[in-house]
Write a protein that binds this ligand. Structure first.
Ligand SMILES: Cc1ncc(COP(=O)(O)OP(=O)(O)O)c(N)n1
Ligand SMILES: Cc1nc(C(=O)O)sc1CCOP(=O)(O)O
Ligand SMILES: [Mg+2]
Length: 206
C-alpha cells in the first residue's frame, strides 16, 4: 500500500449544477483527498456560485475543498485552503489572509529551490510539474521524476505531482513517492467516466 492519494482539479470550464452530479459520482467511487476549484478569468460571482454548489458536495464527503489563486476568496467562502502559483499572491501574504488552519499549497514547477523556500516558509504542500504533456494549461516547465523522488526522500512537507497525469502514466510518480497526484483531464475525460478513473487510480495506490 502506498501513501499516494488523489487530488482532483476541476475542469477548466464547468456548469456547477450538472458538474456537481458528475463530482458526486466521482467522489463516491473511491478515496479522494482534495478537490481544487480552478476557474480562470471568470467573474467572482461565477467562482462564488461554483463554491456554493461544489464545496458542500466535497466537504460532506470529507474531501478538502481548495480554491485556486485567490486566498481572499478562499477565506471569504470558508474553503479548506488555497493553491498559489509563482505569479499569484506570495506565500506569506496568502498565509496571513487564510490563517494557520487552512491549507496553503504552492506551485514549485521543477525547482528544488522554490520547493525548499515554500516548505521552509510553512507551505502545507509543494507541487512539482508538469510531468507529462497536458492540454489543460500551458505549463511553464517540465519536471523530471528525480526531483519528486529526491523531495520524497529528504523532505517531510507533502509533495504533489501535476501535469498530464493519467491512469496509464501515473505509476512512476507513485513509485517515486508523490504524496498526491493532482489530476484534471485524466479523471474528467477518462474513457469509462470519472468514477471509473477514481477507482482505477486508487487501484494503483494499493
Ligand atoms: C496542485 C496544483 N499544482 C499546480 C497548479 C498550477 O498553479 P499555477 O502555476 O498558479 O497556475 P494556474 O493553475 O493558476 O493556472 C495548480 N493550480 N494546482
Ligand atoms: C493546473 C496545472 N498546473 C500545471 C503545472 O505544471 O504547474 S499542469 C496543470 C494542468 C493539470 O491538468 P491535467 O491533469 O489535465 O494535465
Ligand atoms: Mg495560479
Amino acid at each position: 500500500m502506498t501513501d499516494t492519494r488523489l487530488y482532483l482539479i476541476t475542469p477548466p470550464k464547468l456548469d456547477p449544477k450538472p458538474f456537481g452530479e458528475t463530482l458526486k459520482s466521482a467522489l463516491d467511487a473511491g478515496d479522494v483527498a482534495s478537490l481544487q476549484l480552478r476557474l480562470k478569468d471568470v467573474p467572482e460571482e461565477d467562482i462564488a456560485r461554483a463554491v456554493d454548489v461544489l464545496m458542500p458536495i466535497a466537504q460532506s464527503r470529507d474531501v478538502a475543498f481548495l480554491l485556486n489563486d485567490r486566498p481572499d476568496l478562499a477565506a471569504k467562502f470558508g474553503c479548506d485552503g488555497v493553491h498559489i502559483g509563482q505569479e499569484d499572491t506570495p506565500y506569506a501574504e496568502a498565509r496571513a489572509i487564510v490563517g494557520p488552519e487552512r491549507i496553503v499549497g504552492v506551485t514549485c514547477h521543477d525547482s528544488r529551490h522554490l520547493a525548499m523556500e515554500a516548505g521552509e516558509a510553512g507551505a502545507d504542500y509543494v507541487a512539482f510539474g508538469a510531468f507529462y504533456p497536458t492540454t489543460t494549461k500551458e505549463p511553464k516547465t517540465r519536471c523530471e521524476i528525480d526531483v519528486l523522488s529526491w523531495w520524497a526522500e529528504v523532505m517531510v512537507v507533502p509533495c504533489v505531482a501535476i501535469g498530464g497525469i493519467t491512469v496509464a502514466n501515473a505509476l512512476p510518480l507513485v513509485q517515486a513517492g508523490a504524496d498526491f497526484l493532482a489530476v484534471s483531464s485524466g479523471v474528467w475525460d477518462y474513457t469509462d467516466g470519472p468514477a471509473a478513473a477514481v477507482k482505477a487510480f486508487n487501484k494503483l495506490f494499493k
